[in-house]
Write a protein that binds this ligand. Structure first.
Ligand code: 5AD
Ligand code: SF4
Ligand code: FES
Length: 365
């Protein structure tokens, strides 16, 4: 059993894989002390505030075939949609008027010229119609340098979230098809490119994947450290029956353990990285009705209320049991306000909530 001082020393002072693994396995009293330490760090470096990123799931059309994902190209039991430009604008305006201050635009991965043009035109309109006041996070997969540069420099996009999914190359290759469109190297290069282009860079992994070990997760945390990330979005892996990895469903960690491991990952990342943004992922709520609150109590400070029009929601099921399928934006807002209040945090209405880490890095340069 380690106390707060020992946790800080072990995790903040050049931790090794073994140290991190130890804390990933924390349960009961040790886990409580870990969360308490994380919450203290959170309060000191980012405050007891949760920032909203209104989530717009723009399209479920995806050119990829990730073996874990419910909207993979190979899943034919799904009707495909793309929101109209006006629907996206309306969702963005909802976020703007409700004072969320930020949105996240997410979609399956496409990089055709037509897709890039459509997104660019939507982003331009959002900027115009909100006086450039909305902080925008993009989560649109791997795009080329020209596109990423244009979105950053011409449109002022601040943040980009690209999960590495697993930082271990071997594991990455097991959970993706073995072809050019699923290259570990390309994903890594894109993350480096985002940093070079001066985005606030976010990445993350799934927790409890088939073949994944706790040591792999410790490696992931060391990967976040090496990349010096500004944001982390990670969540439990949840099996989906229409995907190839479903055949390993009996070999997975029990769902409660995936859930607990995710909380420990969040707490460890908060303690190690202090002033970054960490998402309380929706997948946590798919496992436990109060999963997102638990993530906040373990150190997370970002929540992504869903703004996708209800008629599309059931077609954006990356994993099963996704919550909020029958609720609308207004309902989710109220629901989250109550839930967040119970955690003793306030909501950062009207504030972008950029990662302090990004700015402290700029000062050092
Ligand atoms: N379980 C949990 N998360 C998943 N994602 C995709 N499929 C699943 C799943 N079955 C996550 C991936 C991706 C993000 C959009 O959703 O990490 O980056
Ligand atoms: Fe497409 Fe992303 Fe799902 Fe992979 S994880 S299939 S890139 S939506
Ligand atoms: Fe959508 Fe609670 S956040 S219903």
């Amino acid at each position: 059993m380690y106390n707060k001082e020992e946790i800080l020393r072990l995790l903040q002072d050049n931790p090794k894989n073994e140290d991190i693994t130890d804390f990933l396995n924390a349960n009961d009293e040790q886990q409580n002390v870990l969360f308490k330490t994380a919450v203290e760090i959170k309060s000191k470096y980012v405050g007891n505030i949760v920032y909203f990123r209104g989530l717009i799931e723009y399209s479920n059309i995806c050119g990829k075939n990730c073996k874990y994902c419910g909207i993979r190209k190979g899943n034919k039991k799904l009707s495909r949609y793309t929101m109209t430009e006006q629907e996206v604008i309306d969702a963005a305006l909802y976020a703007y008027r409700a004072n969320y201050a930020s949105i996240a635009l997410q979609a399956g991965e496409l990089s055709s010229e037509k897709f890039v043009q459509k997104v660019t035109s939507i982003l331009e309109r959002i900027n115009t119609e909100t006086n450039n006041e909305l902080g925008i996070t993009l989560s649109l997969g791997e795009q080329n340098e020209e596109t990423l540069k244009m979105w950053k420099e011409k449109l002022g996009i601040r943040r980009y979230l690209l999960r590495i999914e697993s930082s271990n190359r071997e594991l990455y290759e097991k959970i993706h098809p073995n072809d050019e469109t699923h290259s570990y190297q390309k994903r890594l290069d894109t993350l480096k490119l985002l940093r070079k282009l001066n985005y606030q860079v976010g990445t993350g992994v799934m927790i409890g994947l088939p073949f994944q070990t706790v040591e792999n997760l410790a490696e992931d945390i060391l990967f976040f450290k090496a990349l010096d990330v500004d944001m982390i979005g990670m969540g439990p892996y949840i099996e989906h029956s229409e995907t190839p990895l479903y055949e390993y469903k009996d070999q997975l960690l029990p769902i409660d353990e995936r859930y607990n491991l995710t909380l420990n990952m969040i707490a460890i990342c908060r303690i190690m990285f202090k002033d970054i943004n960490i998402v309380a992922s929706t997948a946590m709520q798919a496992i436990n009705p109060t999963g997102r609150e638990a993530a906040i109590r373990a150190g997370a400070n970002i929540i992504m209320p869903n703004l996708t029009p209800q008629k599309y929601r059931e077609n954006y099921l990356l994993y099963q049991n996704k919550p909020c399928l029958n609720e609308d934006a207004q309902h989710c807002k109220k629901c989250l306000e109550n839930r967040i209040e119970l955690t003793g945090n306030t909501i950062g209405y009207g504030q972008w909530g950029d990662a302090g880490h990004y700015f402290s890095r700029q000062e050092q340069v």
